[in-house]
Ligand binder design. Sequence first.
Ligand code: AMP
Ligand code: ZN
Length: 473
Amino acid sequence: MAITIYNTFTRSLEAFEPFNPPKVGMYVCGPTVYDYTHVGHARTYVAFDVVKRFLAYKGFNVVYVQNITDVDDKIINRALKEGVEWRTIAEKYTRDYMEMLDKLHIEVDFHPKATLHVKEMVDFISKLVEAGFAYESNGSVYFDVDKFLNYGGLSKKVKGEEWSQEEAFLQEKRRPYDFALWKRAKPGEPYWESPWGFGRPGWHIECSVMSSYYLGATIDIHGGGADLIFPHHENEIAQSEARYGIRPWVKYWLHAGYLMIRGEKMSKSLGNIVSLKEVFDNYRPGALRLMLSLTHYRSTIDFSFDLLERYEKVYERVRRCVELLTRLASNSSPSFKVKDEELEVSRRLDDSLSGFLSSLETDFNGAKAAKHFHDIVSLSYNRIIESDNAELAVKALRVLRNVNNILAFLDDVLGARSLQGELVDKLVRIIVDLREVHRSRREYEIADKIREQLESIGVKLMDSRRGTTWIYC
Ligand code: AMP
Ligand code: ZN
């Protein structure tokens, strides 16, 4: 089945046909780094990581870019409040952001920082000025919205409806809805050189510039949280389409639904954030990934610790299931006779996997995929682990590995390990075999010592009639 995607621009489901298949260029708006990464951010980042993984699973070559806004009013204000350099704030929270992405297994190909692309931004703005889409006023540069006739296409807003008026700049702007591309430096603020004097880039321009720097003039998928539809993404379209004279600049606009807490959107500016740092003190990142991905990416999530607790249980149930299946599967030996009952379970596993995949094919519907995911786990417990069926355990593990390639909530237990992981496996196998030699010579003291030492580094051996297996704890 073909993939369909809900495009915010057309407000409809569309067949997914990237500009140059199998290449897919995907840009997602990342954080402004002035506070800790929170669960609301994770909602959007995990949603797009699943999109990327699913498209890669379907054979597309995805390049995923997510920017870091490391110069902005909010960063400067936080630095003033704390009495430190603005760079200190940006660096501290960039570090936190990268660490949290790592814990969440989010794989971004390029993480451009705004401050490293100021030259390209100045160049881009100059081109807009030359083409008459932007004007300089008192050392700042504004986009002349009236010159861009398609303004409002994404947000469906009509000019004058509810523009942010940026009071301080109003006198400099021709129209209240014109927005800043370049801001004149105020005393004590960071600044860069430009044809208009010292200043710094506006927020919207960085995404137009960095997306084309890494992905080319057009982009297949542009994403972010739904809060960015207006004005951020509307302004990005105006800048890029004006600069390159192409339409559409972005083929599919995707927006993740809000993660809410006590009825409000979780956000740094509202002061209601739950940082990932504190979440991971008590909960496993895989549990949070499940909570965020087994729901439709466009839906709203009402966050609570009770909800996370429920997913911690789901996570533990699945993790344990994989552990038991792995133990069972390692005892598998070829069988030449398949029972009808085994065939039935095997077919049901296949059906659940295709149900899981086809749910994602229609606008990445994680909520629908969840049912099939749970079916796979239940089948594994009730029909495979319960009856000690080693061959079916191999099959169930393969199915779960496919699921985990997309949901990425478990790391190495599924055998989807890196080369280094495989090497570790081989080394453990050598040690286990040597231990077996000692055991066969009744040198139990040495055998126990080996077991203890392996356990102290997180490799737990399990002896059974059929031999020794192990898990990584
Ligand atoms: P920010 O640092 O606030 O600019 O946000 C970085 C990214 O996270 C953007 O794509 C936002 O749309 C997204 N985001 C922030 N808060 C939430 C939330 N509560 N729910 C969903 N997405 C969010
Ligand atoms: Zn952006």
